[in-house]
Design a protein around this ligand. Structure first.
Ligand SMILES: Nc1nc2c(ncn2[C@@H]2O[C@H](COP(=O)(O)OP(=O)(O)OP(=O)(O)O)[C@@H](O)[C@H]2O)c(=O)[nH]1
Ligand SMILES: [Mg+2]
Length: 293
């Protein structure tokens, strides 16, 4: 993650006083860091005011004020890791376009909730669209000794989830983690498919903790924001899981997800291993973004 944070750091480090120019240049820099243009402008203006109010006179001081403003943006969107109450059956549905890391993230969540939360996950292979997807999930299941419920390629995703719920209720588990297909749905097809899944989940009275996570690839920058807009318009998304934060991601998109779409990031993934997932930490993220941490 070094590079963009380093850039911000040396940018601020180059100013002993704060002129109008600093905030103008900062706007451009934020856009380069995957902020939306309007958000970047608004933030730079806000920073200017905050620096005046707080008596921050140098670039270094402004950088610290900026970290605080960024954290505020994240806190407003909320960020808590799902708190699964008292062993009730819970359902996680992973949504997102092709290749963002849904299947890998499903496996990571299974491992995390199994080992840290003592849950008994069941992986539901509700990506019935791509032929290899079912096998991919089964391999994860074998490695993690987690049960996988799957149907045939081409089957009905809602029916897979129904079976996973039945398996859980028969005593086989207490957390369904459902992988879904990454094809770019038309909005109406996506809505229909998810409505059907919602009905199935809701028909099982015990499934009270139901979360829809949107998986976004951090390296896709503004494109991730565009995907979030489309999904959010179509379905209720509870939060984002940001993947591939280990690569060349600049990370500014997280702030526009929070501010413009009210979408909190709940987990960050930074590698391909099962352990490469952490709950989102707003303070740390904001500090790292400006190179303070
Ligand atoms: N570096 C890195 N790679 C990741 C991360 N998460 C997933 N990947 C890789 O990204 C690629 C795609 O991951 P998948 O989990 O198959 O993505 P998907 O969204 O299920 O893809 P489709 O099923 O084709 O839509 C794989 O090579 C993963 O190993 C991450 O956090 N960091
Ligand atoms: Mg997949």
């Amino acid at each position: 993650m070094g590079s963009f944070a380093d850039k911000l750091k040396s940018f601020f480090g180059g100013y002993n006083s704060l002129s109008e120019e600093v905030f103008e240049e900062l706007t451009d820099l934020l856009v380069e860091g995957d902020f939306g243009a309007a958000g970047a402008y608004a933030l730079a203006e806000k920073l200017k005011d905050a620096c005046k109010k707080q008596g921050a006179g140098s670039g270094e001081e402004a950088r610290k004020v900026l970290a605080g403003l960024l954290e505020e943006i994240l806190l407003k969107a909320g960020f808590a890791e799902p708190n699964l109450g008292g062993g009730k059956l819970a359902v996680f549905l992973l949504l997102g376009v092709n290749g963002v890391g849904k299947t890998t993230t499903a496996a990571k969540l299974a491992e995390r909730f199994k080992s840290l939360e003592n849950r008994r996950p069941i992986l539901a292979a509700a990506d019935t669209f791509r032929a290899a997807a079912i096998d991919q999930l089964k391999i994860h299941g074998q490695r993690l000794t987690v049960r996988v419920v799957a149907h045939k390629h081409g089957g009905d995703p809602a029916a897979v989830i129904y079976d996973a719920l039945e398996a859980a209720q028969a005593g086989g588990g207490d957390l369904i983690i459902a992988d879904t297909a990454g094809r770019m749905h038309t909005k109406s097809a996506l809505v229909e498919e998810l409505k059907k899944i919602d009905r199935v989940v809701e028909s099982k009275a015990a499934a009270r903790d139901y979360f829809k996570f949107l998986v976004l690839d951090a390296t896709t920058g503004r494109n991730a924001h565009a995907q979030a807009e489309i999904f959010k318009e179509a379905v209720s998304v509870d939060g984002v899981i940001l993947t591939k934060y280990d690569s060349s991601a600049k990370g500014g998109v997280v702030f526009s997800l929070a501010e413009e779409l009210g979408l909190p990031v709940l987990y960050i993934c930074n590698g391909e291993k099962y352990g490469d997932i952490s709950p989102f930490d707003p303070k740390r993220y904001a500090e790292e973004f400006v190179g303070l941490a």
